[in-house]
Design a protein around this ligand. Sequence first.
Ligand code: ATP
Length: 369
Amino acid sequence: MAEIRIDRLHKRFGDFIAVKDSSLVLEDGKFVVLLGPSGCGKTTTLRMIAGLEYPTSGAITLAGDDVTYRRPRERDIAMVFQLFALYPHLGVRGNLEFPLRNEGVPRAEIERRVKEVAAILRIEHLLGSSVNGLAGGDRQRVALGRAIVRQPQAFLMDEPLGTLDAEFRELMCVELRKLHDRLKTTTVFVTHDQNEAMALADHIVVMDQGEILQADDPHGIYNFPATLFVARFIGRPPMNLLVADSPVVRGDTFVRIARRNITVPQVDAPAAVGVLGVRPEYVSLVGNDQGCLGGRVKHVEYFGSHWVVEVETEAGTIKALADKTARPELDLHVGLAFDTRHVVLFDSATEKLLPSATTLAHQPGMRHG
Ligand code: ATP
């Protein structure tokens, strides 16, 4: 187990910058997910940690050792890829034994570790099988087994669940997390799927266009998105974002939106034109003349456990979650109330979260700079 540090990591491919000046501390024993849209630089970052790609500048340390320019086999790290190639001629046992034989581990120790890993992954009954006829989930378990049998200092996983169908993916998410809780090996996991990230991570690193936008625990990422991009990217339905009519200044406790005063946590920033953010579950439907804004129900969607209600207001469309028992009527005029404790503000010019009484009370779960 080991702490991984990346310090001012930068990667160019010709003129194109794939990773920009990124610094992070991935704490020992944590499950860290690199999350972002396609092309944002997640895989390139992971490949640099693995040694499959060298940075243009910057440094990577593993358990305090500078490994920036070491070859992959000189780093005590195991990779699990999306399209993992199991050796077809070796069978399940042979695949699990392979990395240990390669390292010259004594026979008795190989037997012990393979047995232990097969028990952890519940594939003992498959040890005598060929890998060719295995179902997707079992193949994945054998691939994971081959990675964990080496007991490396860290696991690097690049969309390892990407090829599985939705049901299997959920199952494997639960298994992976349980496995991590048991082994506590530092893990870096790449995905573009926010549900996977939320389910697995101790810490999430949100990236876009080669830059780290935020690094925090899932609660911090969800409730205190560092930028408008993160606010839009995380959460379904997404956060409601409403542009204020006039700037806010330090000490303000309300913003003007559609000529109404809307209460917000006390602003602790110099003057800025604000964008108010509130997640749909913190918007409730109230009587027509109540709440901070009003509008007309224009669309409803049933999710079994709740309704998602779209209300057309002067400030734009606002989504709210409503109780499963009451179907909101189309065209009904309703009031909307926001739970002020869960309202955040962004600076419309920089697109960054504005400091306020609630955001300042939050301590990010992860270090980055
Ligand atoms: P995806 O999920 O689609 O793999 P990603 O976030 O992992 O996305 P990367 O694979 O890290 O993104 O790629 C980041 C950018 O760098 C992309 O625009 C990609 O085209 C570019 N890139 C990656 N590898 C190379 C390379 N060897 N040569 C040139 N450009 C590259």
